[in-house]
Structures are given as structure tokens and as C-alpha cells.
Design a protein. Structure first.
Length: 122
């Protein structure tokens, strides 16, 4: 059996501002491009879901995509259970993105919602 996986980057990007700096970034949301995935291999389909005869599910995550395109601060927003969230988080931790850009073209960190969809193909 093959496993198909897809993900959706939700277009709601929020600039991330470090709290320990005196400098703050503008909250001009229209000034940012969204991050785009460069290397995003699909997660493994959870064995618990196979045993439960579940063939598809979706996990919603909220993550920070840093100005270097790395993922950190992963929060699970929606978990269908059966091991899907753990597999989604493990995969997304290693994903690499082209970072969001500020209006001036400089990379910026953003909070981003991601839907990781699982589908077991026959």
C-alpha cells in the first residue's frame, strides 16, 4: 500500500516578534509574502490508524517558520487521534521552507497554520 500525504499552508501569516529585543517589527500583514515549502517529505502513515482501518485524516498544526526557513514552536490545533498528530509533528520538524519576506524583501519569521492530510492509497 502507498501512503499519500499533502499539506496546505493557510494564508494567515502572523509576524513573529522576539520579546527580548528593543526593536519591534511592523504589524503590516499585507507586507509579507507567505513561506513556501522547499523540502517537505510526507509523514509516515501511523500503524495504529492502519489497525483501526482508518484510510484518511487531517492534522492541523500552527508553527513558526523562521527567517531561515526552519520550523519551530509546533502546536497541534486539531488531532484526529490514532497517532496522526505525532507523525505529522515528527515530519514537519524536518521540513525546510523558503521564508516569508517583508515588504523590503528581507526574510522574516511568521506563525503559520498547516494542514497535514493523510490518505492511505490501495
Amino acid at each position: 500500500m502507498q501512503v499519500c500525504c499533502s499539506f496546505i499552508l493557510v494564508c494567515l501569516s502572523l509576524p513573529v516578534v522576539a520579546q527580548d529585543t528593543a526593536k519591534t517589527q511592523s504589524a503590516d500583514f499585507s507586507a509579507h509574502s507567505n513561506p513556501s515549502c522547499k523540502e517537505c517529505p510526507p509523514p509516515d502513515f501511523p500503524p495504529e490508524a492502519r489497525k483501526a482501518k482508518i484510510d484518511s485524516a487531517a492534522v492541523w498544526l500552527e508553527v513558526t517558520v523562521t527567517e531561515k526557513g526552519k520550523v519551530k514552536d509546533i502546536e497541534v490545533l486539531r488531532d484526529p487521534g490514532h497517532g496522526f498528530a505525532a507523525r505529522a509533528v515528527a515530519a514537519v520538524k524536518n521540513w525546510k521552507f523558503k521564508p516569508a519576506l517583508a515588504k523590503d524583501g528581507k526574510p522574516v519569521a511568521v506563525r503559520q497554520q498547516i494542514e497535514v492530510s493523510f490518505r492511505l492509497a490501495n
